[in-house]
Design a protein around this ligand. Structure first.
Ligand code: NAP
Ligand code: MN
Length: 274
């Protein structure tokens, strides 16, 4: 099996990376930056997002796993103290895989030309640096509302605990193939009216955002931001691709949600086990 380790770059993550690389190589696994079967991300959730985008072109061949060196992560859910256990598990391959849905974003330009397609693990947001965004929002080809406000966020189920949560969106279990649309400060008065509630769309239901005023947009895909002018439409739906996580022990999504947002005792209990 071929593996690659991506580090956040701080001293602690780099040292875990070096140790794991050495042990796994000694176990006979090959370090391969280009075509890894397994990518180990050492750092935080942001590190895993970066690792994902680096190998986004080979999702059906690369699985991911995350060790967190900061606070508890959603994608980085192995502790540095569990490193030896994880090394042995990885060396014993094959591993089980858990798949999470992704968001597909297609940006089309008014000037024609090739469309841009992105996959997001967490979400895509659409904002502008000048004033507010104004969009016609279509769902499955039917006009739903005209949105005016700071922006919109379209998130995946696993991204629902990230930006989406801060916007008042619901937390969706990643076994549900869906995307969630949340508003950022919509203007609601007698002229503009939006639903206000987060919307959850199932697979095959396409969301289309059509800018009304000509503005330059800031479109984020997970941790990176792109600027677009002359946008004709932004299309969002559940992607056909999925992100695959290598799974060596159960750590249910709801436990991660509880440990991150509600109670510390879950984390403490896990630490005591070691
Ligand atoms: P960052 O500024 O470090 O990320 C913000 C926080 O979100 C970090 O604590 C990060 O964890 C955490 N996070 C990332 N994915 C998560 C998930 N699926 N569930 C729960 N928490 C999650 O920037 P970054 O690390 O490059 O991450 C980019 C993400 O930041 C975006 O995808 C977006 O979701 C999020 N974000 C959130 C807000 C907000 O809540 N108001 C605003 C902008 C962006 P780590 O520290 O472990 O990396
Ligand atoms: Mn981060």
């Amino acid at each position: 099996m071929k593996f690659k380790i991506v580090s956040k770059g701080d001293e602690r993550s780099n040292s875990i990376k070096a140790t794991m690389k050495q042990y796994l190589t000694e176990f006979g696994l090959a370090y391969d930056k280009e075509e890894p079967d397994l990518v180990v991300s050492v750092g935080g959730d942001g590190t895993l997002l970066e690792a994902f985008h680096r190998y986004v072109h080979r999702l059906n061949k690369t699985a991911f796993i995350g060790i967190h060196t900061g606070h508890l992560g959603f994608y980085a859910d192995w502790l540095p103290s569990e490193m030896e256990k994880l090394i042995i598990e990885i060396a014993k391959t094959p591993f089980q895989v858990v798949e999470y849905p992704l968001l597909e974003v297609i940006i089309r330009s008014k000037t024609g030309g090739k469309e841009d397609r992105y996959l997001a693990v967490n979400e895509s947001t659409i904002k502008t640096a000048d004033g507010s965004v104004v969009f016609d929002v279509e769902i499955k080809g039917v006009h739903f509302e005209t949105f005016r406000g700071d922006g919109l966020c379209v998130s995946t189920p696993s991204g629902s605990t990230a930006y989406n949560k801060a916007l008042g969106g619901g937390i969706i279990h990643p076994s549900l193939e869906a995307i969630q649309l949340t508003e950022m400060a919509s203007i609601n008065n007698r002229v503009f009216r939006t639903i206000g509630s987060p919307l959850i769309l199932p697979k095959h239901h396409t969301l289309l955002l059509k800018p009304i005023a000509d503005r330059s947009f800031l479109i984020t895909i997970d941790h990176f931001t792109k600027t677009y002018a002359n946008v004709k439409s932004i299309q969002c739906r559940v992607a056909t691709e999925k992100i695959r996580f290598a799974r060596f022990r159960p750590f249910p999504f709801w436990n991660r949600v509880r440990d991150s947002f509600v109670a510390e005792d879950g984390v403490d209990a896990r630490l005591k086990d070691k």
